[in-house]
Ligand binder design. Structure first.
Ligand code: 5AD
Ligand code: SF4
Length: 440
C-alpha cells in the first residue's frame, strides 16, 4: 500500500471558502491525499484566499513567505493558492512568489487533480478561467465520509449587483444558481452522513434562481420548502442576502417553515441614503427598516445580523450618524463592521478617500454600539428556553457546546448530551461570547 500524501489547507474569508476547501480536499482525496492539521509535514499546502479587503491579500503573501523554509527542507512540497486572490492576481502571485506551484480560481476546483499531476511533473499549473462546465457536477463523485452535525451547501455563486466597493462580481463572476434537484440530492447525502443543519450559501443567496423540477426558474423560498421535506434534516439557514431580494414568499417562510431558523444576515452597509446611492445599493435606509419590520411581523423573535462599511469615500459625520441611528433602530444580534478598503478596479477606488484616522474612529464607535446591542440581547436570553444543536465538547471538561436557533453559542455541563443531539435548554448565564444553559 502506498502511504497517503498529506494535504494542508488554510482557509480565509467567508463560509463559501470553507465549503470550497472541503470540496478541494475531496477532489485531491482521489489523488491519494489526506488532510493534515499542520503545514510542517504536508506534501501539498493550499491557501484558500479571500480578496474582499486589502489586508486579506497581504496576509497571503506573508503566509507564503513563512512556507519558504518548509520548501527548502522538502523540495517535493507543492504550494498552491486558491480562492479569490488567486482569481484576481494569479499571474502576479506566480511572479512575486516563484515557490508557488499552482494557482486555481474558485470556478476551476474540479481541475485540481490534473493540475496536481502537472505540478508533480515539475510544471506550474494556473487555472483562473470561468469554464462553461459545471464544477459542482464534476466534484460530485466524492468519498462518503461521516460528517459533523452542521454543513454548508453552496446553492448560488457570484453576484450581479456591483456595489461600488466590492470585488465579488469580478472574482466570483456573474450570478449562477445550481438546479434545485442537485441541491436536494446533496442535502440528502449530507443527512445520511450525519448532518442535521444545513446553511445554504451564496454571495447573493436570496437571488437564487436555479432550475426547478419542471426546468423553469425556482426561488430560494421554494428550495427551502423542498429541503423542509428532507427527513432527518432539522435546521435550515441561508447566507448572505441582499435586501432587494427579500421576496414576500421568503419573508413568509420565516413565519411558517419550522425548520428555517430565526436568524437572518441582511447587510445594509450604511444608514445614509446619500452613501447608499454612491455605493450603488439601490435601496434606502428607510426601505431596509420597513423590510425588517415586515420580517419581524412574520417572525417576531428573529435575530437580525448585518454588515457595515465605515469610511466609504465622501462619508461625512452626518452620514455616519445616520448609520449609528439605523443600528440603534434595528437592534442587531450580530453585526460585522469594516473600514472601507480600496479595491483596485472597483468604481469607488477612484473617489476621494476619507481620512484613515476619521475612519478608525468611526469604526470604533460603531463597534462599541454593536457590541452593546449584542451583549444586551445575549443577557436577555437568560431565563429563556432555546433549542440547541450540540456540535462539540465545550472549553471545560464535561461540557458540550452547540448553537441555539438564534446562532448563539450555548454550552451545558451534562453527560447526557451527545454530538448531533438537539435538546431544549434553559439559559442560566451569559458570558461574553457564549451562553451557559441546563438541559430541561
Ligand atoms: N471594504 C470594506 N468592506 C468591504 N466589504 C466588501 N467589500 C469591502 C471593501 N472594499 C464588506 C461588506 C460585505 C462584507 C462581506 O464585506 O460589508 O457585506
Ligand atoms: Fe458585493 Fe454583496 Fe454587493 Fe454583490 S451584493 S457586489 S457580493 S457587497
Amino acid at each position: 500500500m502506498t502511504t497517503p500524501k498529506k494535504l494542508f489547507i488554510k482557509t480565509y474569508g467567508c463560509q463559501m471558502n470553507v465549503y470550497d476547501s472541503e470540496r478541494m480536499a475531496e477532489a485531491l482525496g482521489g489523488q491519494g491525499y489526506v488532510e493534515t492539521k499542520t503545514p510542517d509535514d504536508a506534501d501539498m499546502i493550499l491557501l484558500n484566499t479571500c480578496h474582499i479587503r486589502e489586508k486579506a491579500a497581504e496576509k497571503v503573501y506573508s503566509e507564503l513567505g513563512r512556507f519558504k523554509g518548509l520548501k527548502a527542507e522538502n523540495p517535493d512540497l507543492k504550494i498552491g493558492v486558491a480562492g479569490c486572490v488567486a482569481q484576481a492576481e494569479g499571474q502576479e502571485i506566480m511572479r512575486r512568489q516563484p515557490m508557488v506551484d499552482l494557482v486555481v480560481g474558485p470556478q476551476s476546483y474540479h481541475r485540481l487533480p490534473e493540475m496536481e499531476a502537472k505540478t508533480r511533473a515539475g510544471e506550474k499549473a494556473l487555472e483562473t478561467d470561468f469554464p462553461e462546465e459545471d464544477k459542482f457536477e464534476r466534484l460530485k463523485n466524492r468519498p462518503k465520509a461521516q460528517r459533523g452535525p452542521t454543513a454548508f451547501l453552496t446553492v448560488q455563486e457570484g453576484c450581479d449587483k456591483f456595489c461600488a466597493f466590492c470585488v465579488v462580481p469580478y472574482t466570483r463572476g456573474a450570478e449562477v444558481s445550481r438546479p434545485a434537484a442537485r441541491i436536494v440530492d446533496e442535502a440528502r447525502d449530507l443527512v445520511e452522513r450525519g448532518v442535521r443543519e444545513i446553511t445554504l450559501l451564496g454571495q447573493n443567496v436570496n437571488a437564487y434562481h436555479g432550475a426547478g423540477p419542471d426546468g423553469s426558474d425556482y426561488t430560494l423560498a421554494k428550495l427551502i420548502w423542498d429541503l423542509d421535506k428532507v427527513d432527518g434534516l432539522e435546521r435550515i439557514r441561508f447566507t448572505t442576502s441582499h435586501p432587494n431580494d427579500m421576496t414576500d414568499e421568503l419573508i413568509e417562510a420565516h413565519g411558517t417553515c419550522s425548520k428555517l431558523m430565526p436568524y437572518l444576515h441582511l447587510p445594509v452597509q450604511s444608514g445614509s441614503d446619500r452613501i447608499l446611492k454612491r455605493m450603488n445599493r439601490s435601496h434606502t435606509a428607510e426601505s431596509y427598516l420597513r423590510l425588517i419590520e415586515r420580517i419581524r411581523e412574520a417572525r417576531p423573535d428573529i435575530l437580525m445580523s448585518g454588515d457595515f462599511i465605515v469610511g466609504f469615500p465622501e462619508e461625512s459625520d452626518a452620514d455616519f450618524q445616520d448609520t449609528l441611528d439605523l443600528v440603534e433602530e434595528v437592534n442587531y444580534g450580530y453585526a460585522y463592521s469594516f473600514k472601507y478598503s480600496t479595491r483596485p478596479g472597483t468604481p469607488a477606488a477612484e473617489r476621494a478617500q476619507v481620512d484613515p484616522a476619521v475612519a478608525d474612529d468611526r469604526l470604533q464607535r460603531l463597534q462599541a454600539l454593536i457590541t452593546r446591542q449584542q451583549r444586551a440581547i445575549q443577557d436577555g436570553m437568560v431565563g429563556r428556553t432555546v433549542s440547541v444543536l450540540f456540535e462539540k465538547p465545550g472549553r471545560l471538561p464535561g461540557q458540550m457546546g452547540g448553537k441555539s436557533e438564534y446562532l448563539h453559542a450555548v454550552h451545558v455541563a451534562d453527560a447526557r448530551v451527545e454530538r448531533g443531539d438537539i435538546a431544549k435548554v434553559r439559559i442560566i448565564g451569559a458570558e461574553s461570547n457564549s451562553l451557559a444553559g441546563e438541559l430541561l
